[in-house]
Design a protein around this ligand. Structure first.
Ligand SMILES: [Zn+2]
Length: 171
């Protein structure tokens, strides 16, 4: 069964009825993500498609299991131009797991706020994980004002001190 998306979910209630949700969230709601995007990117008209369900694993632990899909426009750190990236990400998180379980399990844990979780915060965290730390075009010549790795190597070879050194040894 599918329900309309909202922001807050009561964990106990949704886990006991195996709540399943799908829908869209506007990127403009995700302020921690939008500050990582290209300034010209129209976040107002861009969305994250989302589906998730609440369940209990074999150890009776509540989980949220879902997938998000979106298209982001990032800023190239070399030329400041735009760079499009699709983020399609699965997530599976334990909810309010004990410290012991957190150490044993390979899954991350989400902590509820008084029994409620905020799906917007989950989506923000997952999207931030999906954005590479260093964003650059594949073409290393994308900024003509910056030297390419090759020319900087050439500059080292023509270092005036190395020329002096040569003069000394031949003297
Ligand atoms: Zn670039």
């Amino acid at each position: 069964m599918q329900d309309k998306l909202r922001r807050q979910y009561q964990v106990d209630r949704e886990v006991s009825r195996n709540g399943y949700f799908e829908g869209e969230i506007s990127l403009s709601n995700l302020s921690r993500v939008t500050e990582m995007l290209h300034p010209d990117f129209d976040v107002e008209h861009s969305r994250v498609t989302l589906k998730f369900e609440f369940l209990r694993n074999e150890f009776d632990l509540p989980l949220i299991d879902g997938q998000l899909d979106t298209r982001l426009v990032l800023e190239c750190q070399r030329c400041l131009g735009s760079l499009e990236k699709r983020v399609l990400q699965d997530f599976r998180l334990m909810i309010d797991a004990s410290d012991e379980l957190v150490q044993e399990s390979s899954l991350d844990t989400l902590y509820s706020d008084d029994g409620y979780i905020d799906i917007v915060e989950v989506v923000e965290d997952e999207l931030i994980l999906g954005i590479p730390l260093v964003v650059m075009h594949e073409d290393e010549w994308c900024n003509e004002h910056l030297p390419s790795p090759d020319s900087s190597e050439a500059a080292v070879k023509e270092n005036p001190f190395s020329v002096l050194k040569q003069l000394k040894t031949t003297d």
